[in-house]
Design a protein around this ligand. Structure first.
Ligand code: UDP
Ligand code: MG
Length: 311
């Protein structure tokens, strides 16, 4: 078999209703594009007929490759496994429910051919998604951007094209906590976006329960930003300033002989004591933050290109 140029990577959890449609739509699109391709289907511990459907598809078509997880590890783990096992010069990440249209593959590939190493799919419209889903997802990206200090395109999900360099850089990151949207922003390289309208699921229900969404949000924000850790110290400093200001005002009032009950002094005293505790916590957190960066053991830099180096 010829080495694939394009790898399509898809995570699958209980998608028996969507899968037949997925292959029916994706394979002709890829055949039309005319470049050698493979489809890496990662079954994230599905309990329905997903494994059988995948086995049959693999038997019919050697370009389809499936990996089964021993249990449900989550969408992020499935995408990562797909990236680690793909052999294309680039990979396109796409959900199996086809909310992100495979018709856009050719536009993603065009941008890649222009020299971009990451092409983000950015959603203009999101059909069939509740206000709550849209609101929490946009709030989540804002929080991610703010807490990580990285440039994450708003309204983007995992629907993206990664060049081989990006795949290798992301797979090479040593940390155990994984969140692709942040990692791809962190590794850098030349990035661009294309806009599209997000469809409804072709079938079935969303696999992201509120509990899964909260867990994903935590996994995206906490490991990538010691900023959260620094919150208590910052609160302490603000509290300290406010209580000292209150003391100053009370002292002026006392000098001006405005009668203040003795209990009034209790408020700034308690606030000051609490703030001092928060600050000392904050100092410990500073050290934890540095330790944490060390434990992650990320590379200090990633090389994008080497010219005239002969190995
Ligand atoms: N998925 C997965 N593991 C999970 C949950 C979801 O592999 O634990 C897959 C799912 O099969 C789909 C993709 O991740 O291909 C996105 O899931 P879903 O469509 O349910 O999420 P939503 O679009 O509602 O955010
Ligand atoms: Mg979906």
């Amino acid at each position: 078999m010829t080495k694939p140029t394009i790898s399509i990577v898809t995570p699958i959890y209980n998608e028996q209703e969507c899968l037949p449609n997925f292959f029916k739509r994706v394979i002709p699109i890829m055949e039309n594009i005319g470049l050698p391709f493979e489809i890496i289907a990662v079954n994230d511990g599905s309990k329905d007929k997903t494994p059988q459907i995948l086995r049959e598809q693999c038997q019919k078509d050697s370009r389809v490759k499936a990996i089964n997880f021993s249990r449900n590890f989550g969408q992020q783990a499935a995408f990562l496994c797909g990236l680690k096992n793909c052999s294309g010069d680039c990979a396109i990440l796409i959900d199996a429910d086809l909310q992100d249209p495979p018709e856009l593959f050719s536009s993603l590939i065009e941008k890649w051919k222009e020299g971009y190493e990451v092409v983000h799919g950015v959603r203009k419209v999101r059909k069939g998604e509740s206000f709550f889903k849209k609101f929490t997802s946009s709030l989540f990206i804002k929080l991610l951007t703010k807490s990580s200090g990285l440039d994450i395109p708003p309204n983007s999900g995992e629907f993206k094209l990664y060049d081989r360099k990006v795949i290798d850089a992301i797979c090479g990151l040593p940390e155990r906590s994984r969140y692709l949207r942040v990692q791809v922003a962190w590794v850098g390289f030349r990035q661009t976006s294309i806009e599209f309208d997000r469809d409804e699921r072709t079938a079935g229900e969303t696999k992201f329960t509120l509990k899964k969404m909260l867990k994903t949000a935590e996994a995206g924000i906490v490991p990538y930003s010691p900023k959260v850790l620094k919150l208590s110290g910052k609160l302490g400093v603000v509290g300290c300033i406010l209580s000292l200001l209150t003391f100053a005002v009370f002292t002026i009032l006392a000098i001006l002989k405005t009668a203040l009950p003795l209990t009034a002094w209790l408020f700034p005293s308690i606030a000051l004591a609490t703030s001092i505790i928060l600050i000392s916590n904050g100092i410990t957190d500073l050290y934890v933050g540095y330790l944490y960066e060390d434990v992650k053991a990320r590379p200090i830099y990633i090389e994008s290109e080497k010219i005239n180096f002969w190995e």
